[in-house]
Design a binder for this molecule. Structure first.
Ligand code: URA
Length: 434
């Protein structure tokens, strides 16, 4: 077998065999197939797609390109959640302790923020001392003891994706449904799960801008999960405006704690509850979404979910006192308010603009090696459907570096659309299962 033969086959619209795909992914991971050859192959896939059979094998070969977790020692059902990424999307942080407090184990492996979207790891690492860099032993022992663990991806998990994603990023082949879905699902399936809930974001602040492509991505990932024998359910949720009121890192931890106290913003709480309830049903802990919601409300009201979050913060080296004393989290030194230019109703808050503004303040990173500034961010005071008076605050910027403010302000001044009243669209667009 040679890489050229396989590239030509895919280029000409033929179907690759399972053996060919397994050889290709393995040879690429080992460096036998070169980056320039894989670049040609991914472009052929970008243009001609993969059949469902090809995609199942491609994903499986990527998943097995490195270590896969073996979590047989965990007696509880293992379910994870993945979001395709958005602005202010801190759902995983309150969701994980809520679901774990109900008896589902969550071996959560998250990513960092890149571009205008934030990353769970960056948010968690704003907690003083908290580490997401866990070796295998510590990962499983925290999971066994608390039923949850919040970690970053080790180098040995799905190495094929590490190479392939960097290659796609520099060759214009990221926005391909088969390549995105195999990239996401290979990493999730390597976690040895019984079930998976996907939050596929749709809208201006999301990867998928329109509902049709988000639906195709969701169906494709659900199909891969089913083919692998892991029950997978996807939700399409709206990402036209940021989720919650905080966009940053430390500030998103504070807002996550508010959700765990039953005191979070309505939109963030709604998405968290819907996905968490689905995880309880997938894990077989509850028989219906209704009873699952009741159970989740109980672990919030009793404080069990918040207590568990405190325990896991401590187990991962962090200062659990942040739960009661947010002043222990990093805080930016300066504030600036953006005021409403006119009276009326908020018709839109552009999530992409707010995400880019937060990134330009230092809350996110444009390249993988940049460091985030954990205390900076944007607090929203008016969201879609709210009425505002001219001169009232729309947002507060928290920043450390005056040189970064102008760029953020330029983005934010265009982010709010104010005019006639409107009814905001529903947040949960659809549920897709196998
Ligand atoms: N997230 C991933 O993990 N992979 C992609 O290809 C796109 C988003």
């Amino acid at each position: 077998m040679t890489a050229v033969e396989l590239i030509e086959k895919k280029r000409d619209g033929d179907t690759l065999t399972a053996n060919e795909i397994r050889w290709l992914i393995d040879a690429y991971t080992k460096g036998v197939v070169k980056d320039y050859q894989m670049a040609a192959m991914t472009m052929a896939v970008f243009l001609n797609g993969l059949t469902a059979e090809e995609l199942a094998v491609w994903t499986d070969a990527m998943m097995h390109s490195g270590d896969v977790l073996d979590l047989d020692m965990i007696a509880k059902p293992k379910v994870d959640k993945h979001s395709t990424g958005g602005v202010g999307d801190k759902v995983s942080i309150p969701l994980v302790p809520m679901v774990a407090a109900c008896g589902v184990a969550i071996p959560m492996i998250s990513g960092r923020g890149l571009g205008h979207t934030g990353g769970t790891l960056d948010k968690l690492e704003s907690i003083p001392g908290f580490t997401t860099n866990l070796d295998r032993e510590r990962f499983t022992s925290i999971l066994e003891q608390y039923g949850l663990v919040l970690a970053g991806q080790s180098k040995s998990l799905v190495p094929a994706d590490r190479k392939l994603y960097a290659l796609r990023d520099s060759t214009g082949t990221v926005p391909s449904i088969p390549l995105i879905s195999s990239s996401i699902m290979s990493k999730k399936l390597a976690e040895d799960l019984d079930g998976l809930v996907l939050d596929v974001k749709v809208g201006i602040g999301a990867f998928m801008k329109d509902e049709a492509s988000a639906r195709t991505l969701a169906k494709t990932m659900v199909g891969i999960g089913s083919a692998h024998g892991t029950t997978t359910v996807a939700y399409l949720t709206r990402m036209d405006e940021p989720l919650g009121l905080e966009v940053g890192n430390a500030s998103e931890i504070i807002e996550s704690i508010a959700v765990l106290r039953g005191d979070g913003p309505a939109d963030l709480t709604e998405v968290t509850m819907v996905l968490a309830a689905e995880m309880l049903v997938l894990g077989g802990i509850e028989g219906s979404l209704e009873t699952a919601n009741k159970r989740l409300a109980q672990v919030i009201a009793s404080g069990e979910a918040l207590e568990l979050f405190g325990q896991v913060i401590e187990a991962q080296g962090g200062n659990r006192d942040v739960i009661d004393d947010p002043s222990l989290l990093p805080k930016a030194s300066h504030r600036f308010e953006v005021k409403a230019p006119a009276s009326g109703y908020v018709r839109a808050v552009n999530a992409l603009a707010v995400g880019r503004a937060a990134m330009s303040l230092g809350a996110g990173r444009e390249t993988k090696d940049q460091k985030v500034d954990p205390g900076v961010g944007i607090t929203l005071h008016a969201k879609t459907g709210d009425s505002v008076e001219q001169g009232a605050p729309l947002a507060t910027l928290a920043f450390n570096d005056h040189d970064r403010v102008e760029a953020a302000l330029a983005l934010l001044r265009e982010a709010w659309e104010i005019g006639e009243a409107l009814t905001p669209q529903e947040l949960i667009i659809d549920r897709i299962d196998g």
